[in-house]
Design a protein around this ligand. Structure first.
Ligand SMILES: *[C@@H]1O[C@H](CO)[C@@H](O)[C@H](O)[C@H]1NC(C)=O
Ligand SMILES: *[C@@H]1O[C@H](CO)[C@@H](O)[C@H](O)[C@H]1NC(C)=O
Ligand SMILES: *[C@@H]1O[C@H](CO)[C@@H](O)[C@H](O)[C@H]1NC(C)=O
Ligand SMILES: *[C@@H]1O[C@H](CO)[C@@H](O)[C@H](O)[C@H]1NC(C)=O
Ligand SMILES: *[C@@H]1O[C@H](CO)[C@@H](O)[C@H](O)[C@H]1NC(C)=O
Ligand SMILES: *[C@@H]1O[C@H](CO)[C@@H](O)[C@H](O)[C@H]1NC(C)=O
Ligand SMILES: *[C@@H]1O[C@H](CO)[C@@H](O)[C@H](O)[C@H]1NC(C)=O
Ligand SMILES: *[C@@H]1O[C@H](CO)[C@@H](O)[C@H](O)[C@H]1NC(C)=O
Ligand SMILES: *[C@@H]1O[C@H](CO)[C@@H](O)[C@H](O)[C@H]1NC(C)=O
Ligand SMILES: *[C@@H]1O[C@H](CO)[C@@H](O)[C@H](O)[C@H]1NC(C)=O
Ligand SMILES: *[C@@H]1O[C@H](CO)[C@@H](O)[C@H](O)[C@H]1NC(C)=O
Length: 643
């Protein structure tokens, strides 16, 4: 029993450990479930207390009989030893401590076991915030402009909830019913959804794309913080600085720029000047268009053809804040030097590789651009006298026609629509009145650009890094399409998402648990070994049931001294309490008998008695009541009879 209860105790402690280890870093939303788990752990703690305590109690009982035999104790102390598991008063009784130090120590262990197991061990499991990190391969929002290639405005794709997917542009067609020979659709204008998104992006005055409110949850696949990289191919403006500083006009003339630095401050009056429409797709394409853009009569050859993408020519001047020398001719009008810059941007098919970072409400990203090829790969021809022919770009073989390669035409149309939406904000100019002679200097704005983040909010003039900003602004406009999931180009792609989240979880500290159980197991093991040794020495096991009390108190002397206390009533007579008793062999029961010639034949009677009437019990002696081998019993009976 002792060994079994010890082993059971260890198993229960291990079970508690396994349960807690299993709960470690696990989050549970259900409060009831949480409480249940905690209670299971406490149940293990409670049962292991019973097991370890049971083991110690068994040994303790074994041990106290040894004490009763070896020394005479007052009835009070004997009571206390019997009741040690319920009544702690034996710890303040010098008689028990001095006569039965081991038993008292065991009793102390029995009293302390619940403290370690029931009270402290469940403390190893607590709740806390835990950052769970990991990666998952999940589907994330992405853009796919190829979706436009295969879309037909007549049969829009429906989303699961019935919303119709929206395209980036509106089409005109030569035949609504798709019946006539050689019918085709051609680009009309950016769709109202795209216009809405681009306006919102520009007017939001934030330096990041718009996104849906639940973007983090959607993209991270749950309430996580996450980062991932995804790429798509879309339109992008590749900008290149052509003129830096005043009089830097040579290259401009060579490239056929529509204006030069003489238009910009300080020589001109513009602080911002753009020309973004040269070579633009004509609207209307033909002067006799009927309903839906169907031409009147025969269809002209060039209808709907993209011959070129307009090149952005943008000039701006920056206040260098360097004071002008008084003898400088420009000092008549300006106090500080102005540096004009002119750059051009060509519309390229671009591969965007974007590292998204969703943290709480913030959404940041790092974009890498890889410019693949011009969207419409044609150049305007520059004649010898310096004028540019914008009507017939070359080579004509690179024109994108709606009649031949329809998927490519539709994709180019989508790119063109995006570019056209951007150009709405770039068109126009900003003039700055000179500071001298009659200040003050102020900006005269004639461009939508003043409504965007492309100009400084302090001076209403463009900032130095305008080409970079412009590229980013365009990228933001593309990515803002994510805020309108009904757009056809908003699709999904699989990506490896690195994600983390803070969660309220169980936190298990094995050190705490074993810190509680280690001393319990250690002391219980020592007590168990002591118990085994005691049993070996005693040659028998002892218990403290009523039957054992009954059979060990059958002594005439006890009857005599306890007269008047036969009810077991409380309080017990004091003088009786202080009577010293010892457990041993009653002398008058024939000490001689078992000390007989062979020393083994006697039938001694063991009971509590006053020290003077009992002598020590010896191991292996068959006292009355102990089971003996039959022939002995017969011999014994014969002897008694003889006597
Ligand atoms: C984009 O959409 C096209 C047409 O639906 C499809 O063939 C292509 O695989 C998609 N690309 C990506 C990267 O999902
Ligand atoms: C700059 O443009 C103006 C008119 O726009 C022209 O008169 C001038 O010659 C041009 N300068 C150069 C260096 O091309
Ligand atoms: C189309 O042509 C018919 C005759 O050919 C003419 O009556 C009509 O006004 C034209 N419509 C337009 C929009 O030019
Ligand atoms: C498309 O057709 C409409 C209606 O005839 C016309 O107003 C519009 O200008 C056309 N678009 C283009 C790009 O020709
Ligand atoms: C240019 O910068 C200088 C120095 O900051 C300032 O004094 C001057 O007013 C600025 N010029 C204009 C036109 O704002
Ligand atoms: C520059 O100053 C001169 C004389 O001070 C004035 O005549 C001229 O109009 C000014 N230039 C501009 C662009 O205002
Ligand atoms: C994501 O952004 C947050 C805050 O903006 C930053 O602390 C974190 O380091 C970023 N993560 C990565 C992987 O760049
Ligand atoms: C257009 O001009 C650029 C140089 O400005 C040249 O590299 C490119 O090949 C030209 N494209 C075509 C189709 O000729
Ligand atoms: C320049 O040359 C083109 C033909 O090469 C001609 O059509 C145009 O009128 C000329 N422009 C000027 C200003 O001479
Ligand atoms: C002005 O622009 C700067 C830089 O773009 C930005 O940090 C700041 O928040 C803006 N100020 C206001 C009031 O929008
Ligand atoms: C996301 O990160 C922020 C900053 O590190 C943190 O405060 C927040 O709790 C995190 N959110 C989640 C869901 O883990």
């Amino acid at each position: 029993m002792m060994v079994a209860s010890f082993l059971v105790g260890i198993c229960l402690a291990l079970s508690q450990h396994l349960l807690y280890a299993n709960l470690h870093h696990k989050s549970m939303d259900d409060e009831g479930e949480k409480v249940r788990m905690v209670l299971y752990g406490r149940a293990f703690a409670y049962f292991s207390k019973i097991a370890f305590g049971g083991c110690c109690i068994l040994v303790f009982r074994q041990r106290i009989w040894r004490t009763f035999r070896s020394s005479a104790l007052s009835v009070l102390s004997i009571d206390q030893l019997f009741l040690a598991t319920e009544d702690p008063s034996l710890f303040v009784n010098w008689e028990t401590i001095s006569n039965a130090p081991l038993a008292v120590a065991m009793a102390l262990v029995i009293w302390l076991i619940p403290l370690a197991t029931i009270i402290f061990s469940p403390g190893a499991l607590s709740f806390g915030w835990y950052q769970e990190t990991g990666s998952a391969n999940i589907s994330v929002p992405n853009l796919n402009f190829s979706m436009e290639s295969y879309a037909d405005w007549r049969t829009p794709i429906q989303m699961a909830d019935g919303t119709k997917k929206r395209q980036l542009m509106f089409y005109n067609t030569t035949d609504m019913k798709q019946e006539e020979e050689g019918w085709f659709d051609y680009f009309d204008q950016p769709s109202s959804d795209l216009t809405r998104v681009s306006l919102m992006t520009a007017y939001s005055l934030v330096d990041h794309p718009l996104n849906r409110p639940d973007a983090r949850i959607k993209s991270c696949g749950g309430n996580y913080n996450c980062t991932y990289t995804a790429s798509f191919v879309g339109p992008g403006y590749k900008c290149e600085m052509v003129a830096n500083g005043p009089e830097d006009d040579a290259k401009l003339a060579e490239l056929g720029a529509p204006f030069n630095t003489s238009e910009l401050i300080p020589r001109g009056q513009h602080v911002y000047l753009s020309d973004v429409d040269k070579g633009e797709y004509n609207k209307p394409q033909y002067d006799q268009l009927g309903e839906g853009g169907k031409p009147n009569g025969t269809i002209p050859d060039g209808l709907g053809v993209f011959k070129a993408e307009p090149v952005l020519w943008i000039g701006y001047s920056i206040n260098s804040t360097v004071k002008l020398a008084p003898d400088d001719p420009l000092a008549k009008n300006w106090t500080a030097r102005y540096d004009p810059h002119i750059f051009r941007c060509i519309h390229y098919e671009t591969k965007y590789t974007i590292k998204y970072n969703y943290t709480d409400f913030a959404f940041t990203m790092e974009t890498e651009y890889e410019y693949l090829s011009p969207i419409v790969d044609t150049n305007f021809t520059l004649s010898d006298n310096g004028t540019v022919d914008y009507n017939n770009p070359s080579p004509a073989a690179n024109y994108v026609s709606p009649r031949t390669d329809v998927p490519r035409y539709k994709k180019v149309a989508a790119y063109h629509a995006m570019g056209q939406s951007l150009r709405e904000f770039l068109r126009g100019k900003i003039e700055l009145t000179p500071e001298l002679p009659k200040g003050p200097s102020f900006a005269r704005v004639d461009s939508e650009i003043a409504q965007t983040t492309l100009v400084s909010n302090m001076t209403s003039t463009p900032t130095e890094d305008l080409p970079d900003k412009l590229q980013r602004f365009y990228g933001d406009m593309l990515l803002s399409l994510f805020s309108a999931p009904k757009m056809l180009v908003v699709s999904e792609t699989m990506a490896e998402v690195q994600r983390s989240r803070f969660q309220s979880t169980f936190i298990y500290s094995p050190a705490k648990l074993w810190g509680c159980y280690a001393p319990v197991i250690f002391f219980t093991l020592i007590i168990l070994l002591m118990g085994a040794w005691t049993i070996h020495q005693d040659g028998t096991t002892f218990s403290v049931g009523f039957s054992r009390i009954m059979v060990t108190t059958r002594n005439q002397t006890l009857d005599d001294i306890s007269r008047g206390a036969c009810l077991g009533n409380d309080p017990f007579p004091m003088e009786l309490m202080h009577t010293k008793l010892q457990f041993g062999v009653l002398n008058d029961y024939g000490e001689l008998e078992y000390i007989g010639q062979d020393g083994l034949q006697g039938v001694g009677h063991c009971a509590f008695g006053v020290p003077s009437e009992v002598s020590f019990i010896q191991r292996g002696v068959p006292y009355a009541g102990l089971r003996r081998r039959p022939e002995r019993r017969i011999t014994g009976v014969q002897k008694e009879k003889t006597d």
